[in-house]
Design a protein around this ligand. Structure first.
Ligand SMILES: *Cc1c(COP(=O)(O)O)cnc(C)c1O
Length: 232
């Protein structure tokens, strides 16, 4: 087995354990393999081990990798990084998911630029769950209005929420950030009648905590591919 295949197996086992401990159905948590900074060959190895969903942070790097891997059927590409308006077209054209929408203008551009012959682009709204400790993400107070506006855009499908707590060793703090995101999802569903089936939260270091708090999609890079050479 390749190192990547072994790592994937270990991550899946860790996810299953976390799911079982919190009484979750193991099928309810999906694994997004974050391949940023790693070459197409690393994605091929993970693909050979059964992985289909991959996440990228940088538009051009992601688009280049997608182009190198068109021979692999069934790949699903997720854009998870900060998104500027001059890059929305490439994302709308090449990815199936975007997790990092935090402004209506970006959502409107993605919807306008999505090819009408493709299925709608799946979107998660990134929420700032760390208050002043983080700059990215819509504030919890502004979330309901943004969600209602995004939900009616024709070429997007609003799937849920994404959150990244500030880096911390404090498990209780991290859990409280994840619970906040889960509560916001529940409130939004209750008040707006939207169906939000996705809670994108948890990374290599905190996936167990995120799963305990209700994550449906963990975004895992380091634990699968190894330590990256440059910082994100
Ligand atoms: C890099 C990144 C990840 C993966 O982080 P690891 O700690 O390597 O698992 C997940 N989500 C986002 C948004 C990232 O930028």
């Amino acid at each position: 087995m390749s190192g990547t295949a072994e790592n994937l197996k270990a991550v899946r086992a860790q996810m299953a354990t976390a799911g079982r401990k919190s009484g979750r159905n193991p099928d309810s948590v999906h694994l997004l393999a974050v391949s940023k900074t790693w070459p197409a060959a690393a994605v091929r190895e993970a693909y050979a081990a059964g992985q289909r969903d991959f996440g990228e942070n940088y538009v051009q790097e992601g688009v280049d990798k997608i182009a190198e891997l068109t021979d692999l059927p069934g790949l699903v590409w997720h854009f998870i990084g900060p998104l500027q308006s001059n890059k929305t077209r490439l994302v709308a054209e090449h990815f199936q998911w975007v997790h990092s929408v935090d402004r209506l203008k970006i959502a409107q551009r993605l919807s306008e630029q999505r090819d009408v012959h493709l299925p709608p682009l799946n979107v998660c709204l990134q929420v700032n769950v760390s208050g002043e400790a983080s700059k990215s993400g819509v504030t919890p107070a502004e979330l309901p209005a943004l969600a209602r506006a995004v939900a009616v855009l024709p070429h997007l499908k609003l799937r849920g929420l994404m959150g990244i707590p500030e880096p911390s060793e404090d498990a209780d703090l991290l859990i409280s950030r994840f619970r906040l995101l889960a509560d916001l999802r529940d409130q939004l569903q209750g008040e707006s009648g939207l169906t939000l089936d996705t809670l994108s939260m948890g990374m290599s270091a905190d996936m167990g905590l995120a799963i305990a708090a209700g994550s449906t999609m963990v975004r895992v890079g380091t634990a699968i591919f190894g330590v990256r050479n440059y910082m994100e």
